[in-house]
Ligand binder design. Structure first.
Ligand code: S3P
Length: 171
């Protein structure tokens, strides 16, 4: 199966959007962020969760992913929970080189603390992060390549992804 896109997955606060943007510049590809597309079309994610619930959001997210992967030579960045539906894992794996970004729970907590736009992190932040990380432990395992971003700068992460993608003889 030809791996026509580079797709970044990973928990909230692992740097998907920042790395995706820098990676797209390096590859001279377009960067598409599924959260941003959803917000442009449907309004804020926080509001979607509050008005319609998580299950509804997951349906919108799945539809967005199905549309986005029809294209090629895109850097696609996804929401942290996009891997929860098995259907999404299959679609993502089939349509791109999937890179998992990780970070320690402490790093994640530090990175997301100031941003209150994430509905699933409302309440006790430390508890929420640890609980969701536990719940999602297995959902991220389908990636082609994994990078721990805890102690790396954006350029180093981009470099590693490009090297890995190129050496995997992909288009
Ligand atoms: C979510 C992650 C968010 C966003 C939504 C739900 C999740 O994206 O899709 O708040 O379930 O992990 P980021 O991973 O870009 O923060």
């Amino acid at each position: 199966m030809s791996k026509k896109n580079i797709i970044l997955i990973g928990f909230m606060g692992t740097g998907k959007t920042t790395v995706g943007s820098a990676l797209a510049q390096k590859m001279k590809w377009q960067h598409v962020d599924t959260d941003m597309l959803i917000e442009e079309k449907e309004g804020s994610i926080l509001e979607i969760f509050h008005k319609h619930g998580e299950a509804h959001y997951r349906q919108i997210e799945a539809a967005c992913i199905r549309r986005v992967v029809l294209d090629h030579q895109l850097v696609i960045t996804t929401g942290g929970g996009s891997v929860l539906l098995p259907e999404n894992r299959i679609v993502l794996k089939q349509s791109g080189f999937v890179v998992l970004l990780t970070a320690t729970p402490e790093t994640i907590i530090k990175r997301v603390r100031e941003d209150e736009s994430r509905p699933l992190l409302q309440g006790n932040l430390e508890e929420r992060v640890h609980q969701l990380l536990r719940e999602r432990e297995n959902a991220y395992k389908f990636a082609d390549f994994t990078i721990d971003t805890t102690d790396l700068g954006v350029d180093e992460i981009v470099e590693k992804i490009v090297r890995q993608f190129t050496s995997a003889h992909v288009e």
